[in-house]
Design a protein around this ligand. Structure first.
Ligand SMILES: C[S@@+](CC[C@H](N)C(=O)[O-])C[C@H]1O[C@@H](n2cnc3c(N)ncnc32)[C@H](O)[C@@H]1O
Ligand SMILES: [Zn+2]
Length: 594
């Protein structure tokens, strides 16, 4: 029997629907007992569900890879022994059941576990687990993990750990201590955990990373993004995909330092965060390809046309020896000093990851697993949304990084917005490929060069002319619309591929706001056992209150731990606050004295 056909032993016949006990939070079959100030964010159920699906499918893949490796080894031995009929099929794949421990199962580290909900769900819902380490820096969180794993009867699979995630990961780099799966789900930015996580993973191991500091990743504070992620973001409509590509680039460069390289399986922008699933391999030779998977990003300050320039080039040395590669440096810059469309200057951002962000074959397996009526993954709470998002991911053009949005393009030219299906049809009729991105419902990915997009809009403007008084010399609008339209584009005849399957089937592609006041719940905003107050109210006199608390001696060691954990999470916010507070003083200091 295949792994995904196995029913989970722990699945009760009737799912727990209502929660009669106000102190118990239920997600699938996991129950979390509230108490203490421990982080729990219900909106992240999609993140947890998707992670469960990914780890299950990853394990199925790993089992197959192991079987193929075993077969190859056997065949080698048989060849040495001159066997008459060598084996040609791999040995049968064993079946695995969720909730049971397997010696050859996965060792999973949840480095920042809070209540342990995620680890408990992994124990209950992942078929093929050897051990899960649920770690947190906060003692209260670890107490909560212990209570919850006992309550859910998964103590045979989970071991709690009270440590700084970084220390724990650095202490787990010896081959026998490594993990097959490391899950990083921090508040905000995961950068400080990457180095340790990459080193404590087995070869081919799975890394799951969440980042919730979207304002930074999406270009609101380029200087902070550069400090944290080593890339300069630009303010663009495609900021969510850019966020994914900045995080991927950051992980890839961290990996390269240790002679490792990454293979993204799935990269998702959802709600208020990004979540990346990738495999990490060792191999100096493959690391050399990294340079050609990264690009600088030029963006015109007038019309916002973007252009990518790879940091490196790679090609086969000859057709006879395609595996021998030649690395090179591209010539540039990829743009003129002034934009070829509107004559404005450019901003330079990046580097970003410009290779594919998903692995098509993996996403296909994932999609099949969550849709299979015999798989427990079919019953995930957010299954409908997972199917919708994965279907869109499968439709994305894998070789076209980033996207435009028709509304922004039309806004530059002050044009009536071209309806999406008309725009897609026109491009398809003209011989180009198009797709949406799962990251934005108005996204337009296309291999059509920007010159074609502007040409197409010039053609559209003939039907919907711009008012004369808007054609002001020096504006992108005037520069672009003053050029002749090179051809007629077919907007009206709907192209067969204009309406993609995920849209035709009305799949759940984009999430509505799942709850009032929803968000990342960074720092102490979503704590079990704490009455939720509106953020604005709670933040009043926050600095003074914290200062007061710091003056009081800690009651015992636990309080110090808790304080440390909180402090780490609040550092970021404080820093921003301090910068803002110091700014007038600094400006005063810098001002020339009379
Ligand atoms: C966003 S929550 C984790 C949520 C959890 N993964 C889930 O799915 O419910 C972040 C947790 O990281 C913990 N934390 C912060 N810094 C840490 C560190 N350096 N080492 C270990 N845990 C840390 C916090 O105490 C908090 O419980
Ligand atoms: Zn321009």
């Amino acid at each position: 029997m295949e792994v995904d056909e196995v029913q989970r032993e722990t699945a009760p016949e009737t799912p727990i629907v209502a929660n009669p006990n106000a102190n118990i939070i239920t997600e699938r079959n996991a129950q979390i007992i509230s108490g203490g100030n421990v982080f729990y964010n219900p909106v992240q159920e999609f993140n947890r569900d998707l992670s469960i699906a990914v780890i299950n499918v990853y394990f199925q893949q790993l089992v197959k890879e192991r079987a193929e490796k075993a077969l190859k080894q056997l065949q080698r031995q048989q060849k040495q022994q001159n066997a008459e009929t060598p084996l040609s099929t791999p040995p049968p794949i064993p079946s695995y059941v969720a909730g049971t421990q397997y010696e050859d199962g996965l060792r999973i580290l949840e480095a920042l576990a809070a209540t342990g909900l995620r680890s408990i769900r992994y124990a209950q819902e992942i078929a093929g687990v050897r051990q899960i380490i649920a770690n947190d820096l906060s003692r209260q969180a670890v107490e909560s993990i212990n209570t919850n794993m006992e309550h859910n009867k998964v103590a045979h699979l989970i071991e709690s750990s009270h440590a700084d995630a970084m220390t724990l990961m650095y202490l787990s780099t010896a081959p026998q201590k490594r993990f097959d799966v490391v899950d990083l789900d921090p508040y905000g930015c995961p950068n400080r955990f990457l180095d340790g996580a990459l080193q404590c993973l087995t070869d081919g191991g799975l890394l799951l990373v969440t980042a919730t500091d979207m304002a930074v990743l999406a270009g609101n504070a380029p200087e902070s993004c550069y400090v944290k992620y080593g890339s300069v973001p630009l303010r663009m409509k495609c900021c969510h995909e850019m966020a994914l590509r900045i995080l991927l680039n950051c992980i890839a460069t961290h990996a390269n330092r240790h002679g490792k390289y990454i293979e993204p399986l799935l990269s998702i922008s959802a709600d208020f965060y990004v979540r990346i699933f990738l495999r990490v391999y060792s191999g100096q030779a493959q690391c050399k390809l990294s340079m050609s998977k990264q690009s600088w990003l030029y963006q015109c300050t007038g019309c916002e046309t973007f252009t990518l320039q790879p940091l490196g080039t790679v090609r086969s040395k000859s057709a006879e020896q395609p595996h021998l590669l030649k690395f090179g440096l591209p010539t540039g810059p990829a743009v003129n000093s002034r934009c070829e469309h509107c004559s404005h200057r450019h901003h330079l951002g990046g580097p970003i990851w410009s290779a594919p962000i998903h692995q098509t074959s993996f996403v296909q397996q994932l999609l099949e697993a969550v849709q299979s009526s015999t798989s427990p993954l079919n019953a995930l709470g957010t299954q409908r949304r997972i199917v919708g998002v994965l279907s869109m991911v499968q439709e994305e053009l894998p070789d076209v990084p980033l996207y435009y949005t028709p509304d922004k393009l039309c806004c530059v030219l002050k044009l009536e917005i071209v309806p999406m299906l008309k725009m897609r049809s026109a491009l398809l009729h003209a011989g180009y490929r198009v797709s949406y991105s799962h990251a934005n419902k108005n996204s337009l990915k296309t291999d059509a060069p920007p010159a074609v997009l502007w040409d197409l809009l010039r053609c559209w403007s003939k039907r919907h002319p711009v008012r004369e008084n808007r054609l002001i010399p020096g504006t992108p609008l005037q520069a672009i619309l003053s050029q002749p339209c090179s051809r007629d584009y077919e907007f009206d005849e709907l192209h067969g591929e204009a309406n993609p399957s995920s849209r035709r089937q009305v799949l759940s592609r984009f999430q509505q706001n799942p709850a009032p006041h929803w968000g990342p719940g960074t720092r102490a905003t979503i704590m079990i056992g704490e009455n939720k107050l509106p953020k604005s109210y709670r933040n009043q006199n926050k600095k003074q209150q914290r200062h007061k608390a710091a003056q009081q001696p800690a009651a015992h060691e636990d309080d110090v731990d808790e304080l440390q954990a909180r402090q780490l999470n609040e550092d970021e916010e404080d820093h921003q606050l301090e910068l803002e507070e110091q700014l007038p003083a600094k400006q005063a200091k810098l001002a020339p004295t009379a």
